[in-house]
Design a protein around this ligand. Sequence first.
Ligand code: ADP
Ligand code: MG
Length: 676
Amino acid sequence: MSDKKAAGSKKTKETRSFQAETKELLNLMVNSLYTHREIFLRELISNASDALDKVNFQSLTKPKILEENADLKIILNVDKDKKTLSIYDNGIGMTYKEVIENIGTIARSGSKSFIEKLKAKDDVELIGKFGVGFYSAFMVSDKVVLISRAAGEKIGTRWESTGDGSYTIEKIGSEPRGTRITLQLRENCYNTGDPAEDFLNQYTIQNLIKKYSDYIRYPIEMDFYREEPERDKDGKIIAGGKTETIIDRKTLNSVTPIWERNKKEISRDEYFQFFKHHFHDWNEYADVVHFKAEGNVEYTALLFIPTRASSDLYDKNFARGIQLYSNHVFVMNDCRDLLPDHLRFVRGLIDSPDFSLNISREILQHNRQLQIIGKNLEKKVLESLKKLLKDNRKLYEETWQEFGKAIKGGIYMEYKNKEKLEDLVLFYTSSKEEGMTTLREYVERMPAGQEEIYYATGKDIETIKRMPQLEVFREKKIEILYFVDKIDEFLTQNLDKYDDRKLKSVTRQDLKLEEIIGDKKETARDKKESQKEEKGKDKAGAEDVFKKKEEKYKDVLAAIENHLGEKVAEVRLSKRLTSSPVCLVTTGSGVTFNMEMLLQGVNQPSAPARKILELNPDHKLFSVLEKLYKQDKDSADLKNASEILFNQACLIEGFELDNPVEFSQHMGELLVKAYE
Ligand code: ADP
Ligand code: MG
């Protein structure tokens, strides 16, 4: 930043240049002709309102600050002769240093991406979102003058710029507290014949305030001038007399905060305007919860369910919580105890006369009234989410993508939340190509005979679909929930049952599969072998066939188990494989493979999941094992083959091999044997 003192101004006036980024933005503001230029007024009013909030807030601890002027408001002024429009607020104001910091520099990092957006599309609507709203003044002005005096200071500051890359700044004498911004309007911003773009027209200004800033809690006033013919004592117009200018000061906004108004009279757009500017979220909201509670504790609540999560929602330090007001006066941001953690994405406020203005956070924490309110808010928000799920599934699913993790976190953290939240949870499922399912819907689709809810875990749906454990489910068209979110499987520690049906991983050993696979077809080989036997087509028949196979291969399995040693808990035949040779399953309790891997990932090693190797007796590879066994049950060949199969199963499951070198050696040897 280059500072040079302007000559001949007693060294009090400095000319400074803007940062490169600010220059670029200003250049766009000055030289492009945007639609919606009118939003500059909304931005300046919003800054004024913030400044009033700040002084109001400071006065809670330093009441003196308001002594000189406690009537907080915004005053607009149109000067038709000078072609200026000014916006004055008696808010917190800025010191000399603050003017340089806040107006001369762009503090927030998002402005670069806003500049890119602007270049791509002529839409300035979003300017406020990027923390550069002030500069929108340059869309309509040849020159902007800002005069400010910070609360508690004696000296004011004057700042001026034409938006050409530099500004001047100087200290000036006593000024009223707060900030006045005077816009020297551009020629194409008044008397244009288009009233919507005539910013010297008081009615245009009035309409813009109604449209964008009606929700502002401080009065926005403007003087309306009208010429009246001169009258005599009796009130009669004096013929040929002079005219006099009558000034009517009007309040342009309704001042009553939106949450105090009757909700039947508030349009969605009005809610949206408020939501956008109050919570700085430029995306449509999904639903609004607005109600008045009477009884033990009296309060009004206005809560929004957003459609987009703020980028830090899942950070530990996310400033969660809602705002607290007392009789329309702001008391506190981020009041944590009003909503449980799993609803931390909700934005909103409550206004209650029962809270004093200088209540501290510590006192609030133990406040019973607050707890009562909190319970009620949670109930209402959950109702609203359930309604959204029922009435607008598409929007709910979109919203779920953003906030689902928070809700799932609620179930994971506390068992008592299970019942409240379980009907809100969505999962991907094998029964739908697109979209998700609730548990209720899953249960309703369950065929007679299926007793459990099955899920499979993996990093994405494609990976899950390749899991060998799923083969029999696919063949029998049994629905599988796809758990693709890391937290999903942990959820089952509390969400262990739904509607009295257990949630089970397809990798568990103890699935109630009999009903499902009871009529699993016999292979040609089985048929040949049991040709002479009488075999029923019923389930019991198939079960017998399986039992017979188990009996027949008992020794083969024992030999393989012996070769694998500590690596496996058991080797057994599989009921769930149809085309794959092997898979791993785990015992009915304890962690699953997926959990084991996740826990290792966060350095929280658990007792490892017990690995059971399941072999598909109908697969060619099994015949190979059987052949090797018959040749020599203690041979290195059988040992190597067992290990290769076991390692394959591990790889499919996503485990890293204990000894990848050995594995590749064995594979290499096999290739040599086969083709040399
Ligand atoms: P944002 O409002 O998002 O911070 P702006 O570009 O609109 O971004 O304003 C930049 C900063 O300038 C504000 O954060 C505030 O500190 C300061 N500011 C702007 N207008 C006023 C005002 N009327 N009174 C006091 N400070 C103001
Ligand atoms: Mg702003």
